[in-house]
Design a binder for this molecule. Structure first.
Ligand code: NAD
Length: 470
């Protein structure tokens, strides 16, 4: 077993540990100054560099980088700036009459030294978003971004070293081994975003030191469309949700559960809207991203190859180009249940559709799987919406849209069980990086002072009275 002192990151970990009280005791103004620095970096100084890095990593259109990488972090910062003063205040709570003479409050104290491991699919957003919450809550933090988007990681390393001292925020680029070393250190909290498989590795490593974890994981997010829905609007929104970032989005609709009688109309609308959004030749569109690397390109084209031989019907798309990691938006019907498309999280621009005749079928299907990160329903029927919502479980969701729940910082964001543990965004992110310290202050002699030994008959009467009335 590795001796902690020989861990390559022990030195910096220890410096952050020493510095944690200085950082933790900063005022809200000092924390906001740190967040302002990040805001200027993203909005002005490094905006173009970030766009270029994202284009180099997976041809992400500039507009999509602005909308899905920079904007969510800016709104996270703005939200924290408006609310941090009240979040940091002691929260008074009631004290029961039996504890007369005392007052009670909750202090949101920083967890301490935190580790942030982020994924490649929205590298800026999913690294700097949680960083905002960690800073707002007064922690020191070590960041390990994904090795799969090296250009994004390089700009983030530049930003972090330009804005922060290493003993408050440090970022280490590199392969999986970097995370493996970091996970051996006794952090006070780990915030991990990635796959459920790696989430289990993180949780196991955390258990060694009883480190608390926030796990933002993935899974297959279902989208139900019933025959009361505005189908044209539903298709437009699903195309936006599924093909933004070429489907490499944790809360993208993974598959559709479509009311049987809508099949033909759905297919016609899908084809015409794809043309409208990306033209006849999607490969030439400036609005469509590429798959992040050869490994994921091969995984996804493998799904299409399997669909071609297992009886599935590819009704739209299916083309790909390995030189460019391009995969066409692809719509597939009649997909066998044991196929990879129905078993794995797709995380790419392939959309399988299953049909149903009664609403109980999607409910049974969804409940036979792991709890999804998000669940979407397109319907005009409140009765149907209520039926789906009250008979399924999911981390988050939207009715008659998708993805947008991520952008409202008043909402907690995160999964449930296999799709995640704990929540992020806004106050929920601040809370994830804080220990809620329950405090009581005794002001005068209290009722409990009458109950100290020796236990006399009078004291027994007093406790009998307390049991009955308080
Ligand atoms: P991943 O789990 O492969 O990797 C995530 C991070 O973990 C990376 O930084 C990687 O370097 C590190 N890592 C990989 N293997 C490791 C190991 N053995 N030990 C320690 N660290 C290791 O995930 P990914 O491919 O980067 O991202 C895709 C997954 O993330 C999907 O499942 C997606 O749904 C999920 N995701 C979830 C959210 C969310 O907010 N819930 C957001 C984005 C992505």
């Amino acid at each position: 077993m590795e001796d902690i002192h020989t861990n390559p990151y022990y030195g910096i970990f220890n410096r952050q540990k020493t510095n944690q009280f200085k950082v933790g005791n900063t005022t809200y103004k000092e924390r906001i100054k740190k967040l302002d620095a990040l805001m200027v970096a993203l909005e002005v100084d490094y905006k173009q560099k970030i766009r270029e890095a994202m284009y180099a990593d997976f041809k992400k259109p500039y507009l999509e980088t602005d909308l899905t990488e920079i904007y969510p972090v800016l709104t996270e910062i703005r939200f924290a700036k408006s609310n941090l003063k009240s979040w940091m205040k002691k929260q008074k709570v009631d004290t029961p009459l039996s504890l007369l003479g005392a007052s009670s409050y909750i202090v949101y104290e920083p967890k301490g030294v935190c580790l942030l491991i982020s994924p490649w699919n929205f590298p800026i957003n999913l690294t700097f978003g949680p960083l905002v919450s960690a800073i707002a809550a007064g922690n020191t933090i070590i960041i390990k971004p994904s090795e799969m988007t090296p250009n994004a990681s390089k700009v983030m390393a530049e930003i972090v070293s330009a804005l922060y001292k290493e003993d408050e925020v440090a970022l280490f680029e590199g392969e999986v081994e970097v995370s493996e070393h970091l996970l051996k250190l006794p952090f006070n909290h780990i915030f991990f975003t990635g796959s459920p498989q790696v989430g289990k590795i993180v949780m196991k490593a955390a258990s060694k030191h009883l480190t608390s974890v926030t796990l933002e994981l993935g899974g297959k997010s279902p989208t139900i469309i019933d025959d009361s829905a505005n189908l044209e609007k539903a298709v437009e929104k699903i195309i936006f949700g599924k093909f933004t970032n070429a489907g490499q989005t944790c809360i993208a609709p993974d598959y559709i559960l479509l009311q049987e009688n809508l099949k033909e109309q759905f297919t016609t609308l899908f084809k015409s809207k794809i043309k409208q959004f990306y033209t006849d030749q999607v490969a030439l569109s400036d609005s469509y991203s590429r798959i992040v690397n050869a490994k994921h390109f091969e995984r996804l084209t493998g799904y299409i190859a399997e669909a071609k031989i297992n009886g599935s019907t590819i009704v739209s798309g299916g083309a790909s180009d390995g030189k460019d990691h391009f995969i066409e938006p692809t719509l597939v019907f009649d997909v066998p249940e044991d196929s990879k498309l129905m078993q794995d999280e797709i995380f790419g621009p392939i959309l399988p559709v299953k049909t149903f005749s009664t609403l109980q079928e999607p409910v049974d299907y969804i409940n036979s799987k792991e709890k999804p990160l998000a669940l979407y329903i397109y319907s005009k029927s409140d009765k149907n919406i209520d039926f789906i919502m009250s008979n399924t479980r999911a981390g988050s969701g939207c009715i008659n849209h998708n993805l947008l729940q991520f952008l409202n910082h008043n909402l907690p964001f995160g999964g449930s069980n296999n799709s995640g543990l704990g929540k992020s965004h806004g106050f929920f992110g601040f809370e994830a990086f804080s220990n809620k310290r329950g405090m009581m202050k005794q002001h005068t002699m209290g009722a409990t002072d009458l109950l100290t030994p020796p236990y006399t008959n009078f004291k027994q009467k007093l406790i009998d009275f307390t049991l009955k009335w308080f």
